[in-house]
Design a protein around this ligand. Structure first.
Ligand code: AMP
Ligand code: GLY
Length: 427
């Protein structure tokens, strides 16, 4: 039996724990820090997801056979390097590989070297030079803080005035701290966004089923960006042709170029794409499963997740073929009032038991905690991810809304248009 530690405490980690629990080869599951829903399937321990030493100590003390890292922060902080140094197995890239998410300048350079389509760009560590470049290229232009900025470091500026203000707040006011020591300025690409998520063991590449998320808080893709308000799989925008093209012209060259630089990338490679007239350009990379894309993906995955992860860690991914439920899945995120700004916490969540009665559905927890009197209360921005399978995307979405409709707390936010684009395409 394999004892597993899952690092993180969001909806993605609940889905990972839920899916690992279904494996006959998994023994104990620990989760740090976890949440109130994860506690049903795993032993949750109060170690922060970015406490590298605390997590490595925990894995060592508990004789954990495999650590599965959910979020980017511990990967960027070198958790996998530390675990491997102690002779422990881990799923996720090392610190060098995690630069693909942690530094936009690193990624743009690597994409150039790999010959992958991406927006024209310049990288600057001096604000005056950045302004001079803006004078040359004009607007629209996209301004990106180089480092991790919790999804808030990107401004798509329609005017030079907005672009200049973004450069100044990143570089001079340092609103994202050291993440703003450098900026990337790039051409605005037209098109529709899609996520492309693949596994790699550093040599072989295995794309997952397609998926799509909804980044903006408001219906019709309006309002500020969030971590993701919903997701579905498959995503009809990624046609079979595009799927093959992205695999061979984006994912494979990136893995090979990393390897050429001495980086054996093991884990999840998630490309943020812009699709225009059937061709893909790369906007960004993440080095982990998307949240909430992970929830519908794992609900559709029939293969044993432990077998798949073991193959990545042991560098024999070429042996694996994934088995997917042909039915689509959709996830509707229920968020706290205030999100994506400062969320209100501590409200009692009603209706979880009723929601659990809806067929082919599961309520993944994200920002939830148990109060002293035993109630499940809100404790973060994104609170729950109601995820359902259906015969079509429309049917999956309908079921997710049926279950979501049974859940309530004061000020709960959700988007009513999850899957709209896919449904419009007749999926
Ligand atoms: P990123 O974190 O780089 O994916 O950027 C966040 C969001 O900004 C993306 O999901 C896109 O909506 C938008 N974005 C980033 N880069 C570009 C670009 N070059 N052209 C158009 N939109 C972009
Ligand atoms: N859903 C987008 C992300 O995980 O970054």
């Amino acid at each position: 039996m394999t004892d597993v530690l899952v690092v993180g405490g969001g909806g993605r980690e609940h889905a990972l724990v839920w899916k690992l629990r279904a494996s006959p080869r998994v023994g104990r599951i620990l989760c740090a820090p976890g949440n109130a829903g994860i506690a049903a399937d795993a032993e949750c321990l109060p170690v922060g997801a970015d406490d590298v030493k605390g997590l490595a100590d925990l894995a060592e003390r508990e004789k954990i056979d495999l650590t599965v890292v959910g979020p980017e922060a511990p990967l960027t902080a070198g958790l996998v390097d530390e675990l491997e140094r102690r002779g422990l197995r881990a799923f996720g890239p090392n610190r060098a590989g995690a630069q693909l998410e942690a530094s936009k300048a690193f990624t743009k350079d690597l994409l150039d070297e790999a010959g992958v389509r991406t927006a024209a760009y310049g990288t600057f560590d001096d604000a005056d030079a950045a302004h001079a470049y803006l004078d040359r290229v004009g607007a629209p232009v996209v301004v990106k803080a180089d480092g991790l900025a919790a999804g808030k470091g990107v401004t798509v500026a329609e005017t030079l005035h907005d672009a200049r203000a973004a450069v100044d707040s990143i570089m001079r006011d340092r609103v994202f701290g050291d993440a703003g020591a450098r900026v990337v300025l790039e051409e605005k690409l037209p098109g529709e966004e899609a996520s492309f998520i693949a596994l790699t063991d550093g040599t072989s590449v295995l794309p997952l089923a397609t998926s799509q998320d909804h980044k903006r808080i408001g219906e019709g893709d309006t309002g500020p960006n969030t971590g993701g308000m919903g997701a579905y799989s498959p995503a009809p925008v990624v046609t079979r042709e595009l799927f093959d093209e992205v695999t061979t012209t984006v994912i494979e060259p990136v893995v090979a170029t990393l390897r050429k630089r001495g980086i054996v990338f093991k884990g999840v490679l998630y490309a943020g794409l812009m699709i225009d007239r059937g061709r893909a350009g790369v906007l960004e990379f993440n080095v982990r499963f998307g949240d909430p894309e992970c929830q519908p993906l794992l609900m559709r995955l029939r293969s044993d997740l432990l077998d798949v992860i073991d193959a990545v860690v042991d560098e024999r991914l070429h042996e694996i073929e994934l088995d997917w439920d042909p039915r689509p899945a959709a996830c509707v995120v229920l968020a706290a009032p205030g999100y994506p700004g400062t969320p209100e916490k501590g409200a009692t969540i009603r209706g979880l038991d009723e929601a659990a009665t809806v067929a082919d559905s599961y309520v993944f927890h994200a920002g939830t905690a148990r109060s002293e009197d035993g109630a499940i209360v809100t404790s973060g921005g994104r609170v729950l991810g109601v995820t359902s399978l259906g015969d079509t995307i429309e049917h999956a979405v309908e079921r997710a809304y049926e279950a979501a409709g049974k859940i309530d707390w004061p000020g709960m936010q959700l988007r009513r248009d999850i899957g709209r684009r896919a449904i419009a395409r007749g999926a």
